[in-house]
Every structure is written in structure tokens, then in C-alpha cells.
Write a protein that binds this ligand. Structure first.
Ligand code: NAP
Length: 296
């Protein structure tokens, strides 16, 4: 599948950073869908999406938004899937593809699969692209360029539906990888969720310090701390939902991290220079690997 317009009516449930970026790709390319329908929760976002002109139809009612769509993309926080899924499921068109962009995948299958009417194809996906900004103004058409999109089909998923979702992401500029939801959740726990947990924690620890120290923290933040503050500026609702919906994998990675951090702390306490150097070298190796893969 490579030519022609991919979908007749593409419905984006959620028009924040990710949803509005897909809408912008659709505007820029013209071959994602003949009609793009955008839905969001609040009137302020709906108004802003209208002003930006990034969707053909802006619809406040989720049931009306999905009606007649041959592809529906959930672009909302993963904690809202069950509720919004229940609202839209009875209104999905026969044969429609339902996909998503959520940062967790087992929870998406848990929350959406039981709601899908017969003949509707659920193909979860996760674009590994993002920023710390949110809302419809934060999106941009190039967000997914050169980034991976992980597709997590269900056993027995219709191959044509899986291919259509893969093609959607190829047209957004992404490279496609296929994983099962549990493996996906484990990988993102270490590459994304744990780093966010650490960033939120470091910033709260700094915030707990006395007033004069806090000032010094901000004054000298041009060092390693600054990178953490960028990550820690991310949306609270989205990240609360990610943590709560990838609980097991995240806690497992946190336990492993805590052991490793304590081992490094112990090496510092006992002056084990070789151990410390080895850990730092491993960090540099990972960074070089990312640069070589053009993912830095
Ligand atoms: P965002 O910028 O905060 O946008 C969220 C959108 O969802 C907004 O349009 C919001 O509408 C809407 N929404 C929230 N609750 C809703 C509900 N109950 N019913 C209908 N609409 C609702 O978030 P985002 O960064 O685009 O994230 C969206 C999804 O992408 C999340 O599942 C996240 O895990 C995933 N993701 C995020 C990133 C990232 O770096 N940000 C990367 C990859 C994947 P209002 O504005 O009206 O509230």
C-alpha cells in the first residue's frame, strides 16, 4: 500500500501535541485522509483547533466525531481510554480501524479490546516521538520524521488493518517496528518512563531544599540539572496516566535502577575508581550508539 489517499475520514480523538501533529501532517501531505475530524475535551482546545485550521471538522461530541470514520486514532491520555472508548464504541463504523498513540500498550489492549464491536479492527501503536510541550499549539508536522513507531497488533489482527496503520506512520515519516504489548511496555519503561520518574524526583528534591539553596539551584542550572528540568516540564495528566498504566514494568525498572544506583554509590563511598569509570564508560557507549543510529 503506497499510493492514493489512505483514509476517507480520519478521526483524531484528542488534538494536543500528538493529535495536532498528525493533523498537520495530513494538511501538509494531503494523502492521509480526504477529511480530518478533530475532537478534544474542552471548548478552549476545540476553538483553538478551529483557529489553527488544522482539521476539516472540529467536533465536540466524541460519538459524532467517530461516526463514518474509517480510521479513529486515540490521541488522549491513556487513563481516559476506557471512558472515551465506551462513549464512541457503539458509533464506530463497520470495518473501521481503531488505533492510538498512547505511551503504554498492555493497558490500551485491556481498556479498548473488550469494547470493540465485531468487524472493527483494533491496532494499537506508539510513535516514539514527543516533546515536553502539550496542547494544539505544540504540534508540528515534522515531529515523527525519522522516529520509530511501534505497532503492537493483537493476535489475529487483520493484516490489512495493521498495514494501513503502518502506512499512516510511514507517511508521517516514521520507521515501523512491531512488538507485543508486554515487550513494548518493558522497553519504554526503561527508555522513557523511568527517565521521567527520575526527572520529576530530582526536581521535587531540589524544590524541597531551603529557599536560598533553591535560588542557587536555578542560578547554576546550566549543568546536568537543566536537562532534567526539561523532561520534568512534561504534562502532569499524561505522565500520571503513563505511570499508573505501566505500573509493573516501571516498578521493575525502578527496582533494578535503585540496585545499580546503590552499587555506584557504594563504589563512590569506598573509592572504587575502576567501577566508577566503568559505569561512566557504559554511559558514553550508549550515547555513541544513539548518535550512530541517528536517534540522539
Ligand atoms: P496533550 O498535548 O496534553 O493533548 C491531549 C489531548 O487529549 C487534548 O486535546 C485533550 O483535550 C484531549 N483529552 C484529554 N482527555 C480527554 C477526554 N477525556 N476526552 C476527549 N479528549 C481528551 O497530550 P499529548 O502529548 O498529545 O499525548 C496524547 C497521547 O500521546 C497520550 O496517550 C500520550 O501517552 C501519548 N504520547 C505522548 C508523547 C509526548 O511526548 N507527549 C509521545 C508519544 C505518545 P483538551 O485540551 O480539551 O483537554
Amino acid at each position: 500500500m503506497a499510493e492514493g489517499v489512505l483514509f476517507d475520514r480520519l478521526c483524531l480523538l484528542g488534538t494536543g501535541l500528538i493529535g495536532s501533529s498528525i493533523a498537520r501532517v495530513a494538511r501538509a501531505r494531503g494523502d492521509l485522509a480526504r477529511t480530518v475530524v478533530a475532537h478534544a475535551k474542552t471548548p478552549a482546545t476545540l476553538d483553538r483547533v478551529r483557529e489553527l485550521g488544522i482539521a476539516d471538522v472540529v467536533e465536540a461530541d466524541p460519538a459524532a466525531a467517530v461516526r463514518g470514520a474509517d480510521c479513529v486514532v486515540f490521541c488522549i491520555p491513556v487513563g481516559a481510554y476506557a471512558e472515551v472508548g465506551a462513549q464512541v464504541a457503539p458509533h464506530l463504523a463497520p470495518g473501521a480501524i481503531v488505533t492510538d498513540v498512547g505511551s503504554t500498550k498492555a493497558s490500551v489492549v485491556r481498556d479498548l479490546a473488550p469494547l470493540m464491536p465485531a468487524g472493527v479492527h483494533l491496532v494499537p501503536a506508539h510513535p516514539m516521538a514527543g516533546t515536553e510541550y502539550s496542547g494544539p499549539d505544540a504540534g508540528f508536522a515534522e515531529l515523527f520524521q525519522g522516529r520509530y513507531c511501534i505497532v503492537t497488533p493483537l493476535p489475529g489482527s487483520d493484516p490489512a488493518a495493521v498495514e494501513a496503520v503502518a502506512e499512516l506512520w510511514r507517511r508521517c515519516g516514521s520507521m515501523i517496528e512491531t512488538l507485543d504489548p508486554a515487550t513494548h511496555d518493558k522497553i519504554v519503561a526503561i527508555v522513557s518512563h523511568l527517565p521521567h520518574l527520575l526527572a520529576f524526583t530530582i526536581c521535587s528534591t531540589a524544590d524541597d531544599l531551603a529557599e536560598e539553596t533553591k535560588e542557587a539551584v536555578l542560578k547554576f542550572a546550566a549543568t546536568g540539572f537543566r536537562d532534567f528540568t526539561r523532561i520534568a516540564a512534561s504534562d502532569p495528566t499524561m505522565w500520571r496516566d503513563v505511570f499508573l498504566n505501566n505500573r509493573e514494568a516501571l516498578l521493575e525498572m525502578l527496582a533494578r535502577f535503585t540496585e545499580d544506583a546503590q552499587a555506584l554509590g557504594r563504589a563512590v563511598r569506598w573509592g572504587q575508581a575502576e567501577y566508577i569509570e566503568d559505569r561512566i564508560r557504559r554511559g558514553r557507549k550508549i550515547r555513541r550508539g544513539l548518535i550512530e543510529r541517528k536517534q540522539a
